[in-house]
Design a protein around this ligand. Structure first.
Ligand code: HEC
Length: 167
């Protein structure tokens, strides 16, 4: 009796062992080449025609290259704009501080008496004084009116404007 039970127990355990081994075998066979299959599946999903790639693509893309090329014209536009400022604009932006009220000994805009003797020196002299600055008896005229961002042409245009209004 005991022997029979022993035999039954052994066969049950063996059976469980076989089932387990079968299970493990199937499991291993199933997962054996998973990476390959995932790659294939992905390829099929993302491949042309499925439109999955289209639908899961990022919402926005930062295109650094085109941002740069778009910015370039803006830069040149900024650089190019100052020559467009005429003498009056330059005067109002920079020279007006001293030359409107005659601050610090500056000859006043429109004061013919003050400007006559300066205009008599010739435009080129006035240009040079305005661009490089001049220390006179009345006071100091800073180079470019203290605004080094101005181009020589802009300073000259402002001189033209002052002279035209003061003779
Ligand atoms: C900080 C005050 C100040 C500012 C700003 C200023 N000037 Fe003057 N400027 C003077 C003074 C002071 C004199 C007189 C110098 C002297 O005694 O000869 C003068 C003189 C001049 C003269 C006559 C120079 C000469 O040789 O007789 C010109 C031209 C002139 N300025 C143009 C300009 C222009 C153009 C600007 C703007 C871009 C400008 N100034 C901005 C103070 C200023």
């Amino acid at each position: 009796m005991a022997e029979k039970r022993y035999a039954i127990n052994v066969s049950i355990i063996l059976g469980i062992g076989v089932v387990l081994m079968l299970f493990i075998f199937v499991l291993v066979a199933h997962h054996h080449n998973t990476p390959d299959r995932i790659r294939q599946d992905r390829g099929a999903l993302l491949g042309t025609g499925s439109s999955v790639a289209e639908r899961i693509k990022p919402v926005g893309q930062v295109d650094v290259a085109s941002v740069d090329t778009q910015r370039e014209p803006v830069k040149t536009a900024v650089v190019a704009s100052p020559p467009g400022r005429d003498g009056q604009q330059v005067y109002q932006a920079t020279c007006v501080v001293c030359h409107d009220a005659g601050i610090a000994g500056a000859p006043k805009l429109g004061d013919k008496g003050q400007w006559a003797k300066r205009i008599a020196k010739g435009l080129d002299t006035l240009y040079t004084s305005a661009v490089n600055g001049v220390q006179g008896s009345a006071g100091a005229m800073p180079a470019k009116g203290g605004n080094p961002a101005l181009s020589n042409a802009e300073v000259k245009a402002a001189v033209d404007y002052i002279v035209a209004r003061s003779k």
